[in-house]
Design a protein around this ligand. Structure first.
Ligand code: ATP
Ligand code: MG
Length: 214
């Protein structure tokens, strides 16, 4: 049975789609059968997937793709659960009752937080919602610099909100956006070693949290 990871964050542009894509490709590269599900009507994940199919036909089939409505997610996950090892769910930037099925179905909730106080304030709601579903989220600092005072402060605040800040911090890197535009993950993108190393470290943490797969 597949393990399910749901990306959630009410703040738009925090990095939900970015983390979904780069993690998906990294996990697939490790030989796991990965599916991504787009619950966001903006459809950015689907755009990326179509570019991937078009420009990297040899990568066709390494990652499964599906869409679902907020309430159709449980069924879509059950359809993919036997044929995949990991299912990554990208959600729209809002928190309301619609997010609940995607949280309920998750083995792990990942909350990307862009490193600013404003983004931190926007994070409280999703952490509370996850707690109500008895999930302890992994908060991933995005566009952040490890070791800065701001990063440390946001980490401490996340812990106080009953979530775990990931050890791995994702920096602001043009390659994250460029790779997506090219239909790729950063681990496949030329000249993006530092970003690829960050995503690999994040993948290790996520797998660690998920426990044995298969
Ligand atoms: N670490 C990063 N370095 C550089 N660009 C980034 C980084 N993270 C995200 N971006 C860029 O910021 C924009 C927003 O990121 P993304 O689409 O992943 O956020 P999101 O949380 O999915 O947004 P939405 O809530 O609108 O779905 C995108 O253009 C993306 O390429
Ligand atoms: Mg998105």
């Amino acid at each position: 049975m597949a393990k399910v990871v749901t990306m959630a964050q009410q703040k738009g542009g925090s990095g939900k789609t970015t983390v979904t894509i780069h993690l998906a490709v990294e996990l697939a590269r490790r030989g796991l059968r990965v599916a991504v599900l787009d619950l966001d009507p903006q459809g950015s994940l689907g755009r990326w997937f179509m570019i991937r199919l078009d420009r990297h036909p040899s990568a066709t089939g390494d990652i499964g793709f599906g869409t679902a409505s907020a309430w159709g997610v449980t069924y879509e996950v059950s359809k993919n659960a036997r044929t995949h090892d990991v299912i990554l769910i990208d959600t729209p930037p809002k928190i309301d009752g619609d997010l609940r099925p995607a949280l309920k179905v998750a083995d792990l909730v990942v909350v990307p937080v862009s490193a600013s106080e404003v983004d931190l304030w926007a994070t409280e709601g999703v952490l509370e919602l996850a707690a109500r579903e008895k999930r302890r989220p992994l908060a991933v600092l995005n566009r952040a610099r490890a070791g800065t005072r701001l990063t440390d402060k946001i980490r401490a605040a996340i812990t106080e909100l009953d979530a775990d800040p990931a050890e791995t911090v994702l920096a602001q890197r043009v390659a994250y956006a460029e790779a997506i535009g090219a239909g790729q993950g950063i681990c496949e993108y030329p000249g993006a070693k530092a970003g690829a190393a960050e995503v690999a470290a994040l993948a290790d943490e996520v797998l660690d949290r998920l426990g044995p797969i298969g």
